[in-house]
Design a protein around this ligand. Structure first.
Ligand SMILES: Cc1cc2nc3c(=O)[nH]c(=O)nc-3n(C[C@H](O)[C@H](O)[C@H](O)COP(=O)(O)OP(=O)(O)OC[C@H]3O[C@@H](n4cnc5c(N)ncnc54)[C@H](O)[C@@H]3O)c2cc1C
Length: 491
């Protein structure tokens, strides 16, 4: 591996931070009013000239691309991305971290934890506490990127777990507020961590049944936007569900209060809140929470509560159109994070087990088209009116297409209603390429104690196997830059 090939003497001599400076020095400028919405903050006029479209994304100049990445970090990242691209390595790592080895009384546990902390955790997570997360974000910010902070917790199954998780999310808003304005673009929340899973399943069943039978009354339902389209799969709910019990209604009341507290904290801090998307079995309830809260909190030009649309779903585009048109009619600015989606295998399996067609597009080409169509629609929408969009993708083609479309519409440096996003530790080339071309780019950064975040990371590693394996483009560019630095230091 590269770490063994390059002698330390040369490593010390290797240069980084060459002439290229961060594209967005203004992001940390004290001149930015701390109370203005983050998506509203603009770089100074000197940086508002748009580049010609063909210069928008440049992956050829690796020196410029990785100019903010120290050589040691570049080496470590390359090694870790290589390791995670090897499926048996991921299998071994997940087996080990789930095995008896991790029992508190096992003497090997400390070694395993220390190794995990120094490698995968360090690469894919912002840190164990607020101070380290703040430092990671400051590092990103220097390189012209921003952070989306996500408190890495798992799904909750009871109210005590939900209350604990809520504290973590509220703390995340405090951490974000304590950092330089605009260095954190969003705080992330998983509704499955603040509302018990069983209740989300029950609510989703009831919402689906109401879609089948509009006369079915849901006394707990507040104002919302359309959650289903005509083609939405309703197969999860085969018979008329019982109404919520008194206990479930009381749990729902608590979940509403938790989400309300978080939304209000984000409103006060003026930091948008992004709601993650999960399995289709619970997604209707998640959309319900998101939309009813968007109706309450999204005002003026910029949404404060954003939902997530998984474009690998066949009904994604229709649902997005219905929700955004309904929001427009109500005068509510809508914000969406567009993703392809992380639960493809489990969705396909569930549909097959129940004897239905998969809700996932039949071909990857259809998924790509859906992502790009939804992205075009949202970009056109925000170019002409209120709203916001986060394009959360590692796909180079989608990045290029969206960058070209944004350029055509005059969005980008002059309009900060759009944000690109990649997972922390992934797709550095795309992140820096987009940022160098003048777009706002965020990294999705889980943080929290290793013991809390590891189960979350393991789940993501399993779900995103394809993505980890497909980091080839990044690895290739990183290797190219490493070779260039070695040559530059030797010659
Ligand atoms: C910032 C950020 C936030 C995210 N938040 C969420 C979230 O809230 N919820 C969520 O579910 N996911 C989320 N994801 C994960 C995301 O959904 C994807 O799993 C991941 O990013 C891969 O998609 P991509 O756009 O990067 O595209 P690519 O790198 O092109 O990857 C495409 C992947 O899609 C799969 N795929 C999709 N449709 C098909 C199909 N029809 N046939 C075959 N393969 C298919 C392939 O296996 C392939 O691995 C997030 C990702 C990011 C970067």
């Amino acid at each position: 591996m590269a770490t063994r090939v390059i002698p330390p003497r040369i490593l010390r001599k290797l240069r980084y931070n060459t002439a290229t400076k961060p594209f967005q020095p203004a992001l940390t400028s004290p001149a930015l009013a701390p109370t203005s919405n983050i998506l509203d903050q603009k770089p100074p006029s000197s940086t508002t000239t748009l580049l010609p479209p063909d210069a928008e994304l440049n992956f050829h100049d690796v020196e410029k691309l990785f100019s903010h990445v120290p050589t040691t970090k570049l080496l470590k990242s390359t090694a870790i991305l290589h390791a995670t691209a090897v499926e048996p390595m991921v299998d071994l790592g997940t087996w080990m971290l789930r095995s008896d080895l991790m029992q508190t009384n096992n003497p090997l546990r400390n070694i395993a934890m220390a190794t995990t902390r120094a490698t995968f955790f360090d690469h894919f997570c912002a840190g164990e506490d607020a101070i380290t997360a703040g430092k990671s974000i400051a590092g990103l910010n220097e390189a012209g990127l921003r952070g989306m902070l996500v408190y890495g917790v798992e799904d909750a199954h009871d109210n005590a777990g939900c209350d604990r998780n809520l504290k973590g999310f509220l703390h995340t808003v405090d951490v974000s507020r304590s950092l330089p304005p605009s260095s954190v673009s969003f705080v992330i929340v998983k509704i499955t961590a603040i509302c018990p899973m069983s209740l989300l399943e029950r609510m989703s069943d009831l919402l689906r049944w109401q879609k089948k039978d509009p006369s079915f009354v849901l006394p707990w339902k507040q104002d919302s936007l359309p959650i289903f389209s005509e083609s939405s799969p309703l197969y999860h709910t085969r018979k008329r569900p019982e109404p919520l019990t008194a206990e479930e209604e009381s749990d729902l009341d608590l979940a509403n209060k938790r989400f309300l507290e978080l939304c209000q904290k984000c409103v006060q801090a003026n930091i948008p809140l992004l709601v993650d998307a999960e399995h289709t079995s619970v997604q209707p309830a998640i959309d319900y929470f998101t939309y009813s809260s968007a109706i309450m909190h999204n005002k003026g030009e910029n949404p404060i509560v954003f939902g997530t649309l998984q474009t690998y779903l066949k009904d994604a585009k229709e649902r997005m159109l219905l929700a955004s048109k309904a929001a427009e009619k109500m005068g509510i600015p809508m914000g969406f994070k567009l993703v392809r989606g992380a639960y493809m295998s489990s969705e396909r399996k569930l549909a097959a087990d129940l004897g239905y067609a998969s809700p996932i597009h039949n071909t990857i080409k259809d998924t790509h088209k859906c992502f790009n169509d939804c992205s075009n629609y949202m970009l056109e929408k925000i170019a002409n009116g209120p709203g916001g969009v986060v394009l959360a993708t590692h796909n180079i083609e989608s990045g290029k297409l969206a960058a070209a479309k944004a350029h055509e519409l005059g969005i980008g440096k002059v309009n900060h209603k759009m944000e690109f996003a990649q997972l922390y530790g992934m797709s550095e080339a795309l992140s820096f390429g987009l940022s160098n071309a003048g777009f706002q780019v965020s990294k999705y950064m889980p943080f929290g104690p290793v013991e809390t975040v590891m189960p979350y990371l393991l789940r993501r590693a399993e779900e995103n196997r394809g993505v980890l394996a497909a980091s080839g483009f990044d690895r290739q560019l990183m290797r190219k830059e490493l070779v260039r630095r070695v040559k530059a230091s030797v010659l």
